[in-house]
Design a protein around this ligand. Structure first.
Ligand SMILES: [Fe+2]
Length: 289
C-alpha cells in the first residue's frame, strides 16, 4: 500500500503519512524521499512513531557527515542528536549555523513529547527573495552580513568540523574557509569574524534564497553589515512582513519527523510554557545521489 503524500502548508512542503500505526520509517523508499526532499525542501513524516535514535539512523541513509552543536545537550549521549528545549522562548527565523561557515545541508527534528505551543516554524527563502523589493534586494547584494565572535574555544570549533588535535595543525584548514578570518589570542582562544551573503543559492535547484541568520540565535544585533552599518528601519519592517507572510508551522504530534533543506528554508519556534516538550534535532550534510 502506498503512503499518502499531501502538500504541507502554503508552499512546496510535503507531508508523508504512514499506512498504519506500526509502519516503520525505514520502509519508506529512499529514492522517493530523495525526490520529495529535493523538490519540496521540507518533508514531514507523520504516524511513523520516529524516536530520536531512529531519526539519527534514518538520517544516515541520506547523509555524508554530521555537524555538532556545542550550545545544546545531547540525547542520552548519542553523538549529534541534541535536545532543543533547554529554553522555552520564541526563536526567530534563521538557518542553522548561518552565523558560521559550518552550515549543515539539512536540519532534522523529531518530536517525542508535544505540548501546547512550541510549534516549529519554517519559511521558504526562495519565496521571500522573490517577493522582496528591488531596493532591498540590492542592499543585500551590495552588502554582506558580518558575525563576530570573541573567545572561541578551540574545543568548541572541533564540534563543527574535523580539525587536527592542536591549534597549529588546524590553521591550514581554517585558512581555507571562505569568509572566515581569525586571530589567536594569548589565552589560546580565537577571535573570529565571518562574512557571508544573506542571499544564497539553494543546493538542489540553484535558486536564489534569502536564507541567513540575520535574526535568531547569535544574530548580530543591529550592526549587521560588513562595513558596520545598520539595517535601515524600513528594510527591517519589510523583512518582518515577508517573514510573517511566509512563516508556516509544524504543530507537533508525538513521533513526527521532519527534514528541512537548510540551504533554502529558515526555521524558528513559537514560545511554549510547558517544560515537558521534547523535540530533538540532528544536523547533517547530505549525500543524495
Ligand atoms: Fe535553529
Amino acid at each position: 500500500m502506498r503512503n499518502k503524500i499531501e502538500s504541507f502548508g502554503i508552499g512546496t512542503g510535503k507531508i508523508v503519512y504512514s499506512t498504519n500505526d506500526y509502519e516503520d520509517i525505514f520502509c519508506f523508499s529512499k529514492a522517493e524521499n530523495i525526490e520529495l526532499f529535493k523538490s519540496s525542501g521540507v518533508v514531514l513524516f507523520r504516524g511513523f512513531g520516529v524516536t530520536p535514535i531512529q531519526m539519527k539512523a534514518f538520517s544516515e541513509k541520506f547523509s555524508s557527515s554530521y555537524i555538532g552543536d556545542p550550545t545544546k545537550t545531547s540525547f542520552d549521549s548519542v553523538d549529534f542528536v541534541n535536545f532543543v528545549d533547554a529554553e522555552m522562548n520564541a526563536i526567530s527565523l534563521h538557518v542553522e549555523h548561518g552565523f558560521s561557515p559550518f552550515r549543515p545541508d539539512a536540519i532534522w527534528f523529531c518530536c517525542k513529547t508535544p505540548v501546547q505551543g512550541g510549534e516549529t516554524l519554517f519559511a521558504d527563502g526562495v519565496q521571500i527573495w522573490k517577493e522582496m523589493s528591488k531596493h532591498t534586494k540590492q542592499l543585500f547584494l551590495d552588502k554582506k552580513l558580518k558575525f563576530d565572535f570573541e573567545s572561541v574555544e578551540f574545543d568548541d570549533l572541533k564540534n563543527f568540523l574535523v580539525l587536527g588535535e592542536t591549534l597549529d595543525n588546524c590553521k591550514p584548514i581554517l585558512d581555507k574557509i571562505e569568509g572566515l578570518s581569525y586571530q589567536i589570542n594569548e589565552d589560546s582562544t580565537l577571535s573570529c569574524k565571518y562574512i557571508c551573503s544573506a542571499v544564497v543559492k539553494t543546493k538542489y535547484e540553484n535558486q536564489d534564497a534569502f536564507a541567513n541568520s540575520l535574526s535568531g540565535p547569535l544574530a548580530n544585533g543591529l550592526e549587521i553589515f560588513e562595513d558596520g552599518s545598520k539595517l535601515p528601519d524600513e528594510v527591517a519592517d519589510e523583512i518582518q512582513k515577508l517573514y510573517d507572510k511566509f512563516t508556516e508551522e509544524i504543530s507537533w504530534q508525538a513521533g513526527d519527523l521532519v527534514m528541512i533543506d537548510n540551504s533554502r528554508f529558515m526555521h524558528g519556534r513559537r514560545e511554549f510554557k510547558d517544560n515537558q516538550r521534547e523535540v530533538f534535532t540532528t544536523l547533517t550534510n547530505l549525500s543524495l545521489d
